[in-house]
Design a protein around this ligand. Structure first.
Ligand code: ADP
Length: 253
């Protein structure tokens, strides 16, 4: 579904993505983690060409992203994206935020896009908040509207860039529950998150990045419990307080 072939990107002479090779199958859930500045967000944004790459190739559902003929509007309808700060239209209600793109981009009638939006708001547990403006919604509710807005385009892939990191802790689970149900329904998902519980529950693979490189890819236990690369071990011990055992200690244990 998504294939990076030796993809490279520079910002102002800085090598931000270094020879990225990664293949993500349809229905797979891939979590990307790593320190701030590792290039995670840039990597994610290359998948819908919010950031173009400078070298190499990315193929999404058969479309070559370096081909200037690739239709970006069609690509972005297929690849939904959810941001850390929701990015809802502040002057439109929850319902209007969702109906807009299906009506304008996909050509659904107003009634069809409204019907779809109401179903999606039900699905994310917000059918009672159709007429609320973003400022009247909690962060968790805004993020669930943002997810519903992406789903209204019937994407084949969903990208999540730290979707819960701006939320109060007690609002995180409602958002994660929506994401878990999407994953279980077979949506192809690429998620930047440090929510280890989410990753353990639904991720097929975890990608660890640092300094623009993919250093390690594995199952959640491979990466969180038994990382091989020293940098992954160091990061996991700091962020998740997962102890680093030396081989001698492991033998003693
Ligand atoms: P992460 O998501 O892992 O925190 P980012 O992908 O946001 O990392 O950033 C990777 C590096 O690229 C950082 O050094 C950041 O400063 C730089 N960077 C990101 N976006 C831009 C941009 N638009 N222009 C210049 N540098 C950028």
């Amino acid at each position: 579904m998504i294939k990076f072939i030796n993809a490279n990107k520079w910002f102002n002479g800085h090598h931000i993505l270094k020879s990225i090779n990664l293949e993500i199958s349809q229905g797979e859930v891939v979590v990307i983690c790593g320190p701030s500045g590792a290039g995670k967000s840039t990597l994610l944004r290359t998948i819908n060409k919010l950031e173009p790459i400078d070298d190499g190739e990315i193929i999404v559902d058969g479309k070559y992203l370096t081909d200037p003929k690739t239709n970006l509007t069609a690509l972005r309808a297929e690849v939904g994206m959810v941001f850390q700060h929701f990015n809802l239209y502040p002057h439109k209600t929850a319902l209007k935020n969702i109906t807009l793109a299906p009506h304008k981009v996909k050509g659904l009638s107003k009634a069809q896009s409204r019907e779809r939006a109401i179903k999606l708001l039900e699905r994310v547990g917000l059918s009672h908040r159709c007429d609320a403006f973003p400022s009247q919604l909690s962060g968790g509710e805004q993020q669930r509207v943002a997810i519903a807005r992406s789903l209204a385009m019937e994407p084949k892939v969903m990208l999540f860039d730290e979707p819960t990191s701006a939320l109060d802790p007690e609002l995180i689970n409602d958002v994660l529950d929506v994401m878990i149900s999407l994953a279980k329904e077979g949506m192809t998902m690429v998620v930047i998150t440090h929510e280890i519980g989410f990753a353990q529950k639904v991720a097929d693979r975890v990608v660890f990045m640092d300094s623009g490189e993919i250093l390690e890819i594995g199952s959640p236990p491979d990466i969180f419990v038994n990382p091989q690369h020293p940098r992954t071990r160091e990061f996991m011990s700091k962020v998740f307080h997962i102890p680093i055992f030396s081989e001698a200690q492991e033998e003693d244990a």
